[in-house]
Write a protein that binds this ligand. Structure first.
Ligand code: ADP
Ligand code: MG
Length: 716
């Protein structure tokens, strides 16, 4: 059987990097900082660029902005001290007969430099070429001196690792030279690349024109002379494509298995009798939008199937996801099961509770709120209601997911603002019932490529239409010195009877100072600007009762102006609020700003978003504010965000479930991702989850690559 060899290969690739010659404990420590602990890690830590040392470049032909390698004779060298910087610069002028180039060091040890460089000596140099006026310069080049009397040809042949070929450039850490890195990687590739094998089925591999992984690794680490360096750096050669495809394929295969695992479990097929949904529709003050109806239709299909639903609703802030969740909940209740609704914050849980209870009361159904801190007696009775099945719908924060919470019969779990939770929560919720249906909602518009990876095991519904009567929010960026402009506008809106939010960022360094900013802000507004206006303050260190009290007063319009730290970020719904003022707007991320802006423009009142910009505003900060001014479209904002920040940081946290890619780049390689996803899902479907023995190898490898993560999924 092939399995034992594959296991042996996995083991070989797990060989500690210290087994490589030249890697002692100190070098190992440096490599660990790059995430390289095993030879397998090293194989998959690819060069981030290449140096073309097939030929030395003539100095006259050095290209600006490129990393070039050239040889020459030192004409002059020495320290230059400019009066302006008062710091020395070490300069070396080099010529090869075709032209001259200046080399500069800004950090150096003078004695050492003077010993190293003497006019008349020959050396080989490499570095990025810059232009300085009419001359070309290289700063901090790498230098390899020729021995006295040594010819260039002799030198070249003395070290085949360094010359006459395309060389890889590896990411480095302090104290590890490129030269040392190359020597380490060379050994790793020569010794171990041959053990890397992929069990991607032949048919898939040939359709994608994949080459053997060992060959691909050899190619990207030590490109042959015939390679095209530009293509290599762009990552569009077949070798890198193969590695990227391979990585994506196993990711998607795992997601497809997870999806299949959940989808194929016996669920609780519901009947849709409209017992509660019809009366609800009659009571609602509005009609569902086309998009809401479409999504509800998709949900109902899922609910009636014999397998559990596992669906994500994506829709911009304010598109009306809650009502869709409510309708779905009513179908579950009609079928004699309970519903759990999980929200990321106490305030949001509270708001959902009030809203759900409002409608459920009228339908004669019972709603229960669970929160982190509750009086023991109240909690005990709530838990009892849930256990006995008398509570039809339970709303709460992750308190709902805790151990003591047992349902009599949980038929549906709803998770709001999914991006705040990890994948784990879904699995926990699933275990609280007999494979209940799961509905997750997110207002974070995620570019397609990213959502495929993040939520790849969920079916996707998109609400792409706003309820009628919404006016697009108008956004202005106001420098803090012109804050009065913001006050004028706030005043005008307050005079019309509308309400206003003022939001302060969370200052991370000192937990207290964000509160201070908000508190001082309130005092200032109260005493200096809006003496006649009722102003409330909301911040993260208030108890949930206190927060709730303030929110209730704001909702009932007793308070006209609400000053807050970011706690109001998600989901708060007060249609009469028409102005959102964001202080230090440049400190917020795009997604957050978009969420905040979504709090206004929800009703007839229209909406204005005023982004107050501090004097110190970074370039990225400016870019973000510009994006906000330019568009209201959540997806465009998400795309821009992804571009500014890059995929790794896009969702901020590890818990978002975004895997670390070893070679792939989700932005650059999105086409490959789509192909890999299509192929993987197709394979899982055709093979009914890789059942037959011909897929033993593939299953084995999948398990190896996903490790714990797949296990977690199969539990849920
Ligand atoms: P989100 O999708 O951000 O969770 P909500 O569900 O909070 O949005 O809905 C935002 C507001 O829009 C709420 O006040 C809600 O009552 C209202 N709403 C939802 N659907 C409609 C509709 N079809 N027509 C009019 N208003 C609607
Ligand atoms: Mg919402």
């Amino acid at each position: 059987m092939a399995k034992p060899t594959q296991d042996r290969n996995f083991q070989l690739l797990a060989t500690p990097i210290t087994s490589i010659k030249g890697v002692g404990p100190r070098v190992a420590e440096k490599l660990a900082r790059l995430g390289v602990l095993t030879v397998g890690d090293a194989l998959y830590t690819l060069p981030h660029r290449y140096e073309d040392r097939r030929e030395f470049r003539r100095i006259a032909e050095l290209r600006e902005g490129r990393h070039e390698v050239f040889a020459g004779e030192i004409l002059a060298c020495g320290e230059v001290v400019t009066s302006r910087s008062r710091r020395g610069i070490y300069e070396v002028i080099v010529s090869d007969g075709s032209g001259q180039v200046g080399l500069k060091w800004f950090h150096y040890q003078k004695e050492w430099m003077s010993k190293k460089f003497t006019p008349g000596r020959k050396a080989v140099f490499s570095g990025e070429v810059k232009r300085f006026g009419a001359t070309k310069e290289v700063h901090h080049p790498e230098v390899e001196m020729l021995a006295a009397g040594q010819s260039l040809a002799d030198y070249r042949s003395s070290d085949p690792l360094a010359f006459g070929r395309i060389l890889p450039v590896y990411p480095l850490t302090d104290g590890l030279s490129q030269y040392a890195a190359r020597k380490i990687w060379k050994q790793v590739v020569d010794l171990y690349a041959q053990y890397v094998e992929s069990s991607i089925p032949e048919s898939v591999g040939s359709a994608q024109k994949l080459i053997p992984l060992a060959e691909a690794l050899n190619y990207v680490h030590w490109p042959p002379d015939s390679a095209d360096v530009e293509r290599l750096e762009r990552g569009s050669d077949q070798a890198r494509r193969t590695l990227v495809y391979d990585e994506f394929f196993f990711l998607e295969l795992g997601l497809a298995m997870k999806r299949q695992g959940v989808v194929l479990k016996p669920g609780i097929p519901f009947k849709v009798g409209h017992k509660y949904t019809r009366p609800l529709a009659a009571m609602l003050p509005f009609r569902l939008t086309g998009a809401q109806k479409k999504v509800l239709g998709q949900i109902k299909q899922d609910l009636m199937a014999p397998h559990p639903m596992n669906r994500l609703i994506q829709g911009d802030v304010g598109c009306g996801k809650t009502i869709v969740a409510l309708m779905t909940a009513l179908v579950a209740i009609e079928n004699g099961t309970q519903v759990a609704v999980v929200a990321p914050t106490e305030i949001l849980a509270e708001q959902h509770f009030l809203q759900f209870r409002h409608w459920l009361d009228r339908l004669g159904l019972q709603t229960v709120l669970l929160r982190g801190k509750m009086p023991a007696a109240v909690k005990r009775s709530a838990l009892e209601e849930i256990r006995a099945g008398r509570a039809h719908l339970v709303v709460g924060t992750h308190a709902v997911l805790q151990e003591g919470v047992e349902f009599e019969k949980l038929g549906l779990g709803i998770i709001d603002e999914q991006h705040r939770f990890g994948v784990r929560q879904r699995a926990v919720l699933r275990q609280k019932g007999m494979n209940p249906h799961i509905l997750v909602m997110t207002a974070t518009p995620i570019p397609r490529t990213l959502s495929m990876t993040l939520y790849g095991d969920l079916a996707l519904s998109v609400i792409d239409e706003m309820p009628p009567g919404r006016t697009p929010v108008e956004t202005s960026v106001i420098p803090e010195k012109q804050r009065d402009r913001a006050y004028d506008l706030m005043r005008r809106e307050l005079d019309k009877g509308h309400q206003v939010y003022v939001v302060y960022p969370l200052v991370e360094e000192t937990e207290k100072s964000d509160l201070l900013a908000a508190t001082e802000g309130v005092e200032y507004l109260k005493n200096k600007v809006f003496q006649d206006v009722s102003i409330g303050l909301l911040h993260g260190r208030m108890s949930s009762e206190e927060k709730e009290a303030v929110m209730t007063r704001f909702k009932s319009r007793e308070l006209a102006l609400l000053v807050s730290t970011t706690v109001i970020e998600v989901g708060i719904d007060v249609p009469n609020a028409s102005v959102m003022v964001v202080e230090h707007a440049e400190r917020f991320g795009l997604a957050q700003l978009h969420q905040l802006r979504g709090r206004v423009g929800r009703g007839e009142a229209g909406g204005q978003c005023l982004l107050i910009k501090s004097v110190k505003c970074s370039e990225d900060g400016n870019k973000r504010l510009e994006v906000m001014k330019r568009t209201n479209d959540g997806f465009q904002i998400a795309e821009a965000d992804l571009e500014i920040r890059g995929p790794g940081e896009f969702l901020g946290t590890r818990q978002s479930g975004l895997p670390d890619f070893r070679v792939a780049n989700i932005l650059r390689d999105s086409r490959i991702l789509e192909a890999a996803r299509r192929d993987a899902f197709q394979l899982i479907e055709q093979s009914k989850g890789l059942l037959s023995p011909e897929y033993d190898l593939l299953r084995h490898e999948l398990k190896h690559r996903w490790g714990q993560r797949l296990e977690l999924a199969s539990v849920g």
